[in-house]
Design a protein around this ligand. Structure first.
Ligand SMILES: Nc1ncnc2c1ncn2[C@@H]1O[C@H](COP(=O)(O)OP(=O)(O)O)[C@@H](O)[C@H]1O
Ligand SMILES: Cc1ncc(COP(=O)(O)OP(=O)(O)O)c(N)n1
Length: 276
């Protein structure tokens, strides 16, 4: 077998398997990438919420990265829950230097779980802002974009478009996928901004409670697919297409009593209900 693309997730653990490292590794495997993982934190978490948090010392996050990268060439990296400013600083150092600097990087600026539980220290928001320009793509949801820009949350697509542009202009993001999943409405509309402008990416909204880990799954799908696609736009389009399929069959997974996981077993769709 030819060497598959190797994708790395730097993120926290979700024992319920819907979000975090567990979701990332399942996504990598489903989308044809060999998954590697560096843990930043253990959460005690299920589909209803987070009851506890145990953060890995920043020095040991560095040791995990050092040891892995001394041996394994990573093609793409997804950054998820980074927990605190010390871990963000470690990740920033690795992202700025070889071999990680030449990997395709996706920063999901995870701050709060759907349940409302905080996954990033308030004091680390400034450090995340400094990490933004180093990532090839950032994937905030509406709440995270508002925190990064220090303004109110977007309430419609016009504001999503404006904030996606501003994340590039004000924070120096190279590319932005601003996720509009929380806006409601018949379509789940995200906004993509890069050097060539701003585009909308829409999919039919799926009626399901199983939305736990959608953001993690989307960002890891980007890190799995980018080495297998010609450019970022085709990567983003295909990642969203697969995520919509994974939401469409999520209800068959009767896992937990709260917001269950998306269906990481979902095959890549051949026909899609999304529009560009
Ligand atoms: N019910 C849904 N049906 C279809 N797509 C959805 C649904 N909910 C969220 N999405 C999509 O899932 C992705 C994650 O978005 P969002 O929920 O906004 O982020 P997060 O999980 O980080 O809070 C986006 O592409 C969004 O449009
Ligand atoms: C360990 C861990 N990391 C990230 C999250 C947040 O995941 P996200 O994809 O944003 O999904 P929701 O929490 O919005 O469902 C998490 N919960 N745990």
């Amino acid at each position: 077998m030819a060497r598959p693309p190797v994708s790395l997730s730097i993120a926290g653990s979700d024992p319920s398997g819907g979000a975090g490292i567990q979701a990332d590794l399942k996504t990598f495997a489903r989308l044809g990438a060999y998954g590697t993982a560096v843990l930043t934190a253990l959460t005690a978490q299920n589909t209803r919420g987070v009851t506890g948090l145990h953060v890995v010392p920043a020095g040991f996050v560095a040791e995990q990265l050092q040891t892995l990268l001394a041996d394994v060439r990573v093609d793409a990296v997804k950054l998820g829950m980074l927990a605190n400013a010390e871990i963000v600083a470690v990740v920033r150092e690795f992202l700025a230097s070889e071999p990680l600097a030449s990997a395709d990087s996706v920063l999901d600026p995870v701050m709060v779980a759907t349940s409302g539980d905080r996954l990033l220290d308030d004091a680390a928001v400034g450090a995340i802002r400094e990490l933004v320009p180093l990532a090839a793509v950032i994937t905030p949801n509406v709440a995270e974009a508002a925190v990064l820009l220090d303004r109110s949350e977007a309430v419609d697509v016009a504001e999503l478009v404006a904030q996606a542009s501003d994340l590039r202009g004000a924070l120096g993001a190279q590319r932005v996928l601003l996720k509009g999943g929380h806006l409601g409405g018949p379509q789940a509309i995200d906004v993509w901004a890069d050097d060539s402008g701003v585009r909308q990416l829409a999919a039919t909204r799926v009626e399901t409670r199983n939305t736990h880990g959608t953001g993690c799954t989307l960002s890891s799908a980007l890190a799995a697919l980018r080495p297998q696609r010609d450019d970022w736009w085709h990567t983003v389009r295909d990642a969203k297409r697969w995520l919509t399929a994974a939401l469409s069959t999520a209800d068959r997974l009767e896992v937990g009593g709260g917001h269950g996981p998306v269906d990481h077993f979902a095959p890549f769709p051949t026909a899609a209900g999304e529009s560009e």
